[in-house]
Structure formats: structure tokens, C-alpha cells
Write a protein that binds this ligand. Structure first.
Ligand SMILES: Nc1ncnc2c1ncn2[C@@H]1O[C@H](COP(=O)(O)OP(=O)(O)OP(=O)(O)O)[C@@H](O)[C@H]1O
Ligand SMILES: Cc1ncc(CO)c(N)n1
Length: 255
């Protein structure tokens, strides 16, 4: 039977990141995609021009409507917008038993520099959501904020992964898209390094959303985390290689 994945994230009007990237990824990887939208952004490849947050109870209602109807095999979270939405998502994940394959992408700021999570929500993500995660997938700036340490090289990425593991996530993947596109996975014991097939020059929109959605899709199909990350990395690299010059800002990756 077809497996089901869920994304709990924001809508991106330009269709490169957020819910739109997640659903494209789920489709491409052969799982049925469901969604709970946290916020609607007015966004393009150059900027986030506005964000409208949905009421936390309504985010919860979307999760409940899906979870009581179909078996959700894996979940990813992206833009969570406010502290109250994060609390509601954490509550729902526990209530509906969605934590086995929970991928938390701790989205803080867009590539274009817009805040996608209120400042007072960062501690709630750290203490209420991250402890439920199978894996968290911070990029370098997010790993710096969450760990309080500057990251300059792969050694620093490993140190940040070690510190973030203490927050209670079962695994930590620090993504290196903002450096050499080498990613570091830490499971509490061992570090695994994922090398990109190529580092494509340029700035891309939605790479992080796509990677975490691809990990969730592979987990939903029954893969273990190590291979899920490997397949997700190869999927996102392919999308980056096929990018399109559609807008005035970052390149659009192609699924
Ligand atoms: N130029 C690139 N070439 C190859 N791989 C890349 C490139 N940029 C990012 N990646 C890969 O894409 C994945 C997402 O990482 P990245 O650090 O870009 O996430 P992010 O900053 O959260 O993305 P977003 O732009 O969606 O906010 C990682 O596996 C990373 O190594
Ligand atoms: C809605 C949304 N989620 C996540 C990101 C991060 O890429 C973005 N730019 N927009």
C-alpha cells in the first residue's frame, strides 16, 4: 500500500520552499503527501514580503483530520511561525503518536533573511519539539543559534551536532549548504559525513525543505535513517543541478 507522509510547514507563494517543495518531493519519491499549514507567506525568489500565521488550534485541527483518517508513516516540520504553534504541534505529535519518524527542520530565517520563527519560539522548539525528533536538520546558521557556537569547518559542525544531540533528538544532521555542501550526521555515537556529488555554484531556494521532506519520504517507505539521508541528499543534489532561472533572486530548484 502507498505510504503516507505529512508536512507541517508554511506555504511559499513562489513554490520553491515550504509546503510546495515538500509536496513535490513526496510525490517525486512515491509517497502520498498530506499537509498541515502553519502560515501563509507572500514570498518570491528575492524576499519574504509578508507572513500570515494561522491560529494554533487550526494547525492542530489539520493534523488531527489527517491523523485520524490515514496511517501517517513519517512527518516533517518546517516553518512553525509562533511559540503557540510550536506548542500545539508538539502536543499533537504526542497525542497522535507521530514521533517515530519525526524530522524537525528547525527553520529560523529564510535564505533571503526574513524571520520565519518568532524569537520567543526558539526555546520552545529546543525544549518541546526537538526532544520528540528522530532527526533534526539545522543548516549552519541554525546550528549556530541553537548550539551557541560559531561554525567554520567540518570539525565545528561535528561539535555543534554533539551539543545539539544533548537537546534530546535521537540524531542530528548539520547541513553544509552554506559552506561546502558537506552534511554531518551524528547518532549519539558515530559521525557520518555525506559528500555532495557536486557543489553547484549559486544561491538556491528551498534546498533545506526539500532535503527534510525527502528524508521523511524515505523513512515513510521503511528505510533506516542512514540510507534515508543518503537518498535524500542525492535527490536534493539532482534538484539543484537541474535548477531554473525563473526569478530575480535565488535560483529555483527543479523536482
Ligand atoms: N550549492 C549546493 N550544491 C550542492 N548541494 C547543496 C548546495 N546548497 C545546498 N546543498 C545541499 O542541500 C541540502 C540543504 O542544505 P542547506 O544548508 O542549503 O539548507 P537550508 O539553508 O536549510 O536551505 P533553505 O535554502 O531551504 O533555507 C544539504 O544537503 C546541502 O548540503
Ligand atoms: C514557507 C517557507 N518555509 C521555509 C523556508 C525556508 O527555506 C521558506 N523560505 N519559506
Amino acid at each position: 500500500m502507498m505510504k503516507v507522509a505529512m508536512t507541517i510547514a508554511g506555504s511559499d507563494s513562489i513554490g520553491g520552499a515550504g509546503i510546495q517543495a515538500d509536496l513535490k518531493t513526496f510525490y517525486a519519491l512515491g509517497v502520498h503527501g498530506t499537509s498541515a499549514i502553519t502560515a501563509v507567506t507572500a514570498q518570491n525568489t528575492a524576499a519574504v514580503e509578508g507572513a500570515y500565521y494561522l491560529p494554533p488550534e487550526f494547525v492542530g485541527q489539520q493534523i488531527e483530520a489527517v491523523a485520524k483518517d490515514v496511517p501517517v508513516a513519517a512527518v516533517k516540520t518546517g516553518m512553525l511561525a509562533s511559540a503557540d504553534i510550536v506548542r500545539e504541534v508538539a502536543r499533537r505529535v504526542k497525542l497522535h503518536g507521530l514521533d517515530a519518524n519525526l524530522v524537525v527542520d528547525p527553520v529560523l530565517v529564510s535564505t533571503s533573511g526574513h524571520l520565519l520563527l518568532d524569537n520567543d519560539a526558539v526555546d520552545v522548539v529546543k525544549h518541546e519539539l526537538i526532544p520528540l525528533a528522530l532527526v533534526i536538520t539545522p543548516n549552519i546558521p541554525e546550528a549556530e543559534v541553537l548550539s551557541g557556537k560559531k561554525i567554520k569547518d567540518i570539525e565545528n559542525m561535528k561539535e555543534a551536532a554533539y551539543l545539539l544531540h544533548k537537546l534530546g533528538a535521537r540524531n542530528v544532521l548539520v547541513k553544509g549548504g552554506h559552506a561546502n555542501a558537506v552534511d554531518v550526521l551524528f547518532d549519539g555515537t558515530e559521525y557520518r559525513i555525506y559528500q555532495p556529488e557536486v557543489r553547484v555554484p549559486g544561491s538556491f531556494h528551498g534546498t533545506g525543505c526539500t532535503l527534510s521532506a525527502a528524508i521523511a519520504a524515505e523513512l515513510a517507505k521503511g528505510g533506516n535513517l542512514v540510507t534515508a539521508v543518503e537518498k535524500a541528499k542525492s535527490y536534493v543534489t539532482g534538484c539543484i543541478k537541474n535548477h531554473l532561472h525563473l526569478g530575480q533572486g535565488a535560483f529555483m530548484i527543479k523536482h
